[in-house]
Design a protein around this ligand. Structure first.
Ligand code: AMP
Ligand code: MG
Length: 447
């Protein structure tokens, strides 16, 4: 903490951060390193397969049995002994007695002797003696006896035991994300529960005495609280469990009471608003004296003031992580994307923490502040097939995307309607001061 900040804390004097020497500000990379340096995956828990979707495995999953567990039919048809039918064809139909009728799920195993067949449905076990299946379409579909119009190839339409996996094989690796097909793979492997990193519970609190619940009447000076919805939805999309607290007024005692109550119930607390140097910046006023939350300026736009740390430990159990984000909706959103989302993914045990980026061509230009990384909400579109490259440069062919700022007002951090149109954030490096139409830019894909 600089002397300037100390002097101005809890006072009505403005903009201490704005005057702080640039050297004291961290780069985005430095701030992110601090955040990720204090976050580990949550301790694994065992959950049933119904609860496993989207979570990250903390163990390898091995098959209990061969998959499939027995030879079975891949078609509705007849289990046959191939040698009986070498001469069979449409011109030379062969008729044989049907000695059994095998439905999926049956445990019957009638041993076929030469000259016999069994009717068999998809998934039913191949009876001993049979070595091929003739699909129903190549027969007269008889039930007492059947006329067969085709000579099957060796092992035709037989799914072999263990063809998919052998007992003891690893079907899923620790670290895998359990998307639907992987939940299914665990089920096929004979597993009813899996060891996973649990989803973090994330409390979301808006601060500001101007905020009212959306839909309720506003008098002059009031606005709907949108951040708690923005951040709760973003938490859920990132795989966390949001606990939306809503808006708390700019009152130190009220906020302190809310935080104290939440501390034992959640893994993370995300606050918005009240982190700069205004007269009523309640989050900073309550958290800074704890000494466990740092409020350093970060060289980014929007999102310059960032609070990060932990609620103090109780009985040496660490308190929840705390992210104190700026209140402007665009700033809050950008801060979530840049710092909170990677941290939530780390808690969830994901190996990949960052969003995908693509290279796009800027359609219109804009300005970017010197010495700060800029995150510009953009609308990213696929370049239309017939779009011409006007200058014949090779740039145009190196990517298929074009991007334009989502709000006409540029990066103004209160422009929520424009933000809602954005499907990406253009990342402009610290030293770049202008983006010109035609420039190649990096865009983080946010949806
Ligand atoms: P603050 O960071 O508290 O100074 O807030 C900065 C700006 O963001 C102010 O114009 C606030 O009214 C606005 N703001 C803060 N929190 C919210 C919120 N939850 N929903 C909508 N706007 C907000
Ligand atoms: Mg405020």
């Amino acid at each position: 903490m600089t002397d300037t900040e100390r002097t101005h804390d809890h006072t009505h004097t403005e903009r201490a951060d704005a005057c702080a020497p640039a050297a004291s500000a961290r780069s985005v990379a430095e701030q992110l390193a601090i955040v990720l340096g204090s976050v580990d995956p949550l301790s694994p828990v065992r959950v049933g397969l119904d609860e496993a979707r989207g979570l990250v495995l903390a163990e390898d999953v091995l098959t209990v049995t061969d998959t499939p567990p027995f030879d079975n039919s891949a078609m509705d048809g007849y289990a046959v002994i191939r040698a009986d039918l070498l001469e069979a064809s449409a011109q030379n139909p062969i008729t044989l007695p049907v000695v059994a009728d095998l439905a999926a799920g049956t445990d019957q195993n009638p041993r076929l002797v030469p000259g016999q067949v069994a009717r068999i449905m998809t998934g039913a076990p191949i009876p001993d003696g049979a070595d091929a299946v003739v699909p129903i379409e190549d027969t007269d579909q008889g039930t007492e006896q059947v006329t067969i119009l085709q000579s099957p190839k060796p092992a035709a339409h037989v799914r072999r035991a263990g063809e998919d996996a052998h007992a003891g094989d690893r079907v899923l690796r620790a670290g895998s994300v359990l998307w639907p097909t992987r939940v299914a793979a665990a089920a096929s492997a004979g597993t009813s529960s899996v060891l996973v990193h649990p989803a973090p519970r994330v409390a979301v609190i808006s601060t500001g005495s101007e905020l009212v619940t959306p839909g309720s009447p506003t008098r002059r000076g009031q606005i709907p609280d949108s951040n708690s919805f923005l951040l709760s939805a973003a938490v859920a999309e990132a795989g966390g469990i949001p606990v939306r607290i809503g808006a708390v007024p700019d009152d130190d005692d009220v906020l302190r009471a809310v935080l104290t109550e939440l501390a034992g119930q959640v893994d993370v607390i995300v606050l918005s608003g009240g982190v700069s140097v205004g007269a009523y910046d309640v989050v900073k006023a309550v958290l800074k004296p704890l000494g466990t939350v740092d409020f350093g300026p970060v060289k980014m736009q929007p999102g310059k003031p960032q609070g990060f740390g932990r609620w103090p430990a109780t009985n040496s159990v660490p308190g929840p992580l705390i992210f104190a984000l700026p209140g402007n909706p665009v700033s809050a959103y950008v801060s979530f994307e840049v710092f909170v989302r990677p941290a939530l993914r780390r808690l969830l045990g994901h190996e990949t923490l960052q969003r995908r980026t693509v290279t796009a061509t800027a359609v219109d230009g804009w300005r970017s502040p010197p010495g700060r990384a800029q995150y510009m909400p953009v609308i990213l579109t696929h370049r239309t097939a017939d779009a011409e490259s006007t200058d014949g440069s090779t740039n145009a062919s190196t990517n298929n995307f074009e991007a334009r700022p989502a709000s006409r007002g540029g990066s103004g951090s209160h422009l929520v309607a424009g933000l809602a149109q954005a499907n990406g954030l253009a990342i402009v490096l610290e030293d770049t001061t202008h983006i010109r139409g035609g420039d190649l830019i990096t865009v983080m894909l946010t949806s």
